[in-house]
Design a protein around this ligand. Structure first.
Ligand SMILES: Cc1ncc(COP(=O)(O)O)c(C=O)c1O
Length: 368
């Protein structure tokens, strides 16, 4: 009997190659890796270890629990930054696991300095300045207050001053330049501290945006958006087996709600993947999958566990139970799916973590 599982292959050598591409572009900056949300759903443990082999020394996660998990898999010297910052009930964890909080507002500065004073030790931190995203990060009034307290500033032992761009994927958006100017303006108050501004797309805005450290996430995982300025490798291959085949006549409805009606005799293949696995229902009647290079359109509504595809035009010798159908590959990338449904690759990728998938990490040098 054939394998009835969907298989998600994550090629670690492609992720490493993407890291090298970015390192070559950012020759004068350190390239950190954003591995929050379990490395965008792909497995922070495996990916961070692979990137550590490429000499990546700094990793960013969103929360303390992500950081603790990561520390347990990484070299103890790796810098692990926590983007959401520090809260009074988890200060001890920061010290225990040697984690670096990104301080986003004066309240977090106070929590951190109270803690380090109690320990009578200086512990490193980073400072997030809001240059216009108006999400996390210190607003102007708080920055002014902080720079007027040199002793407080000194006690923070700042490793980086950072900010985050709102529209880096839109190279022509003047807001990028506005944020860059504001960032440079603030940096004059922190003359001896290293700086970090850019995410993946910020890197392609040019060297002016690189500073001392860049913080790519998406591009490491092959996501570049619809108009890539830097070509990255696809790192994923997701396949599902055909678990049922049937031929229906013209005027037959396929799937829930009679949303698709056949025009001619049609061969329908059913695959065991659905929206519960992260294969978005929005792809109903518009997604595309591949069988050995031949396109097969998604027909009917995607259901929780299943999807139906039209394989009428695929050579008949390629159509059999157990045949593996490619859902994501070099032709049908996360970015392409995003463009079909008018979404963003980030969301498609982070949803695609079906526990029902068999995961295979290709080119895992840890195993060899
Ligand atoms: C503060 C910060 N820096 C860097 C990144 C990485 O962004 P990207 O995945 O676009 O490279 C993120 C991700 O959202 C972020 O929140």
């Amino acid at each position: 009997m054939h394998n009835s599982q969907c298989i998600l292959e994550i090629d670690l050598s492609k992720i490493r190659a993407n890291y090298k591409i970015l390192s070559n572009i950012c020759k004068n900056s350190e390239v950190a890796s954003i591995v929050k949300a379990n490395a965008y759903g792909l497995g922070a443990d495996k990916i961070a270890k692979a990137l550590e082999q490429e000499n990546c020394k700094s990793f960013f996660v969103a929360s303390i629990n992500e950081a603790i998990n990561l520390r347990n898999s990484l070299d103890s010297n790796a810098n692990i930054f926590v983007l959401n910052g520090v809260f009074s009930n988890d200060v001890n964890e920061f010290e225990k696991y040697n984690l670096i909080p990104v301080l986003n507002h004066l309240g977090q500065v106070e929590v951190w300095t109270n803690f380090t004073k109690k320990l009578a030790r200086k512990l490193p931190s980073a400072l997030h300045i809001d240059t216009g995203l108006n999400r996390l990060g210190m607003p102007d009034i708080e920055i002014q207050s902080l720079i007027n307290q040199p002793d407080l500033l000194e006690s923070l032992s700042l490793k980086y001053v950072m900010s985050h761009l709102a529209s880096s994927e839109e190279s022509g958006n003047p807001y990028n330049l506005e944020q860059l100017k504001r960032f440079k303006h603030y940096l004059q108050y922190f003359p001896n501290v290293k700086a970090s501004l850019s995410n993946s797309q910020g890197i392609s805005l040019g060297e002016d945006y690189h500073f001392d450290l860049v913080r790519p996430g998406a591009s490491l995982y092959g996501i570049t958006g619809p108009r890539p300025r830097i070509v990255m490798h696809n790192v994923l291959n997701l396949t599902a087996p055909i678990i049922q085949l049937k031929t229906v006549g013209s005027n037959s409805h396929v799937g829930y709600n009679t949303s698709f009606t056949t025009k001619n005799d049609t061969i329908i293949a059913t695959l065991p993947i659905g929206y519960a696995d992260g294969y978005s229902r929005i792809l109903s009647n518009c997604g595309e999958v591949f069988i050995d290079g031949h396109i097969a359109p998604v027909i009917g509504k995607i259901s929780m566990d299943l999807v139906t595809i039209d394989v009428t035009n695929v050579p008949s010798q390629k159509i059999f139970l157990g045949q593996r159908v490619e859902i994501i590959n070099d032709y049908c990338t996360i970015d392409k799916i995003a463009s079909i449904i008018g979404g963003i690759g980030y969301e498609i990728l982070t949803l695609l973590h079906g526990p029902r998938f068999k995961r295979i990490y290709k080119n895992d040098t840890e195993l060899s």
